[in-house]
Design a protein around this ligand. Sequence first.
Ligand code: NAP
Length: 277
Amino acid sequence: MASAKTLFITGVSSGFGQALAQHALAAGHRVIGTVRSREALQAFEALDATRAVGRLLDVTDAEQIDKVVGEISSSMGEVDVLVNNAGYGHEGILEESSLAEMRRQFDVNVFGAVAMIKALLPGMRQRRRGHIINITSMGGFITLPGISYYCGSKFALEGISETLSKELAPFNIHVTAVAPGSFRTDWAGRSMVRSARTIPDYDALFDPVRQARQEKSGRQPGDPVKAAQAILAAIESPNPPVHLLLGSDALSLVRQKLAALSQEIAEWETLTRSTDA
Ligand code: NAP
């Protein structure tokens, strides 16, 4: 095994976070995992008596993030890898979904991740070593009707991750945005926030999308255990990628998107070029 590391993973109660924590513990690493309930804390710490260290944390509570990180740094020493995994999907047609729902989506998926980075980065920068993994989504590249807030939040996290990778390269700190396709986690089940339908004009477009997602929940092609193995391989790589897609669906859909974008840019090239002095 490569040298044992300390990972700090947000949201280890289910899905990717839980699978990654289990896999990292099995590989000999130490995992600080955050959860939002006492039951989840106990379940997580039961995974390993000494190397699974749970903390209660809602990532929208910036003060609590600073407290937890400060306490962890003094009691457990340095964190080698931060995995910003905590997040959820908001599903709803934009016109039907409130700004409060959008703020909440960005508070968790974007501001929560950035607050975690800001709390752990000074230590990584001083040590000139570290790896920040942000779990984004193929929805950080591709879009479909009914998840504009979610895609917006994941596009934001992709952009932040890529920018940050350039700011931190001189300090030997890697940043990897991991963009999974559809995986069998609680994402489209208990965790999803769904706005109520109010405008019949959208029925034809959106009802089949919502229904298909509900029917597919639990039967997605992606296996979170295999995702955990892939993320650990990226962590153990001396030269990890800035962007990592997970799953064949993400691969083909993102490739299609990039090809379509490239084609549209070419079609409008003359108008694009017309604005130079
Ligand atoms: P999941 O099983 O629902 O797990 C989500 C985790 O995030 C849970 O531990 C949850 O804690 C935690 N969480 C949610 N809101 C939080 C908050 N405000 N503060 C702290 N923790 C919070 O779903 P998942 O698929 O593993 O999701 C993990 C990440 O993968 C998310 O960022 C998601 O957007 C992304 N993703 C998922 C898929 C997919 O198909 N599954 C695809 C692309 C990207 P509780 O148990 O307390 O709710």
